[in-house]
Design a protein. Structure first.
Length: 340
């Protein structure tokens, strides 16, 4: 009873001092070993582990305010979110409300460094989920009550978008697939000092939704082989990151991309997400390798392309990509989600 009374007083004080509002910034991630397909679509639990690296140059900022609103609101880049997007957001909010004991509705305002049409395949759902989870965690008073529990924030972020659990912890992150809500979370396994990776991001527009692809690929006759192959590759790339072996990391991420897209193309719908710009970038990367440069490409479920290389080679590689007539964003390894 005494504990409940203290909890009641604490929540009353939260309202008085206006702790029910917070803003967070998170970075989207580049999947190095990507996951595909969900064992549990509600909890967003995958079939195997995965590894990613955060992209410092790109970000999502999300503000969450709990209050006496008529209902939850969710705005993305100044546009009211769709019912599907709102429901995904509410799954996170409902979990935060359950953990904190507050019953207020929430107003959520999220802004991306790129618009949706510009950013398909760049992982903005991951940074969106991470920023939402951290802001809601802080605004609800959980940060004051429990401290900055990045593992819990990772689990909360996963409920909006699977890879958001990796964006939350930042740097090089490994998502342990687990079997339930408690065991499925990400941990940071390295940062820029572990492996100083230079990234060039080529955004390419697409109308294909990631959720559609996740549903489709489990019908591929190669799906079970992919699950085993990806889990083995996770262990390989984990070691390569800790050893600071950029060439090995780049080659493994590139191999994983080719395998992933083979799975996409052999799913039920036979989806092909490459665009002409994607193929031009891939061809350029391979030409650069023939010239002796350590340059590698990586793609997720969309047509946008990540180009990985040594930081000292970024300027030259960027100039070659720009000559193709594509947009290029330069980045280094990004950190974990933070409260602004």
């Amino acid at each position: 009873m005494r504990w409940r009374f203290r909890r009641h007083i604490f929540r009353t004080l939260l309202r008085i001092v206006d702790w029910l509002k917070a803003k967070a910034r998170a970075h989207p991630m580049q999947g190095l070993v990507k996951y595909h397909g969900l064992r549990d679509r509600i909890l967003r639990i995958p079939y195997h582990d995965s590894i990613s690296v955060n992209v410092e140059a790109l970000w999502t900022e999300t503000e969450v305010e709990f209050g006496e609103f008529a209902d939850d609101e969710f705005w993305i880049n100044g546009v009211k979110a769709s019912q599907q997007e709102l429901r995904r957001c509410q799954i996170v909010l409902d979990k935060v409300r359950q953990l904190s004991g507050i019953t207020y509705r929430a107003k959520v305002i999220s802004v991306n460094s790129l618009t949706y049409s510009e950013s398909k395949g760049l992982g903005f759902s991951s940074s969106g989920g991470a920023a939402l989870a951290a802001a809601a965690y802080s605004a609800s008073g959980l940060a004051k009550e429990r401290g900055w529990d990045i593992t819990l924030i990772s689990r909360l972020a996963r409920l909006l978008a699977g890879s958001a659990c990796k964006s939350a912890v930042g740097g090089y992150a490994r998502w342990y697939a687990g079997v339930d809500d408690q065991s499925s979370y990400a941990v940071q396994i390295g940062d820029r000092s572990t492996l100083d990776l230079g990234m060039l991001v080529v955004p390419v527009q697409s109308s294909i939704r990631t959720d559609v692809v996740h549903e489709d690929v489990t019908a591929s006759p190669f799906f079970e082989v992919r699950v085993r192959s990806a889990q083995n590759r996770v262990e390989e790339i984990h070691r390569a990151i800790l050893e600071g072996d950029l060439v090995r990391v780049g080659m493994l991420a590139e191999r994983d991309t080719l395998e992933l897209h083979a799975l996409i193309q052999t799913g039920r719908q036979g989806l092909i997400v490459y665009e002409p710009q994607s193929l031009k970038v891939i061809k350029c990367v391979r030409e650069l390798r023939q010239e002796g440069k350590a340059v590698f490409f990586s793609m997720q479920t969309g047509p946008s392309v990540f180009v990985n290389t040594y930081p000292e080679d970024l300027s030259y590689v960027k100039s070659r990509l720009l000559s193709l007539g594509v947009s290029v964003i330069e980045s280094v390894v990004g950190g974990e989600v933070r409260i602004l």
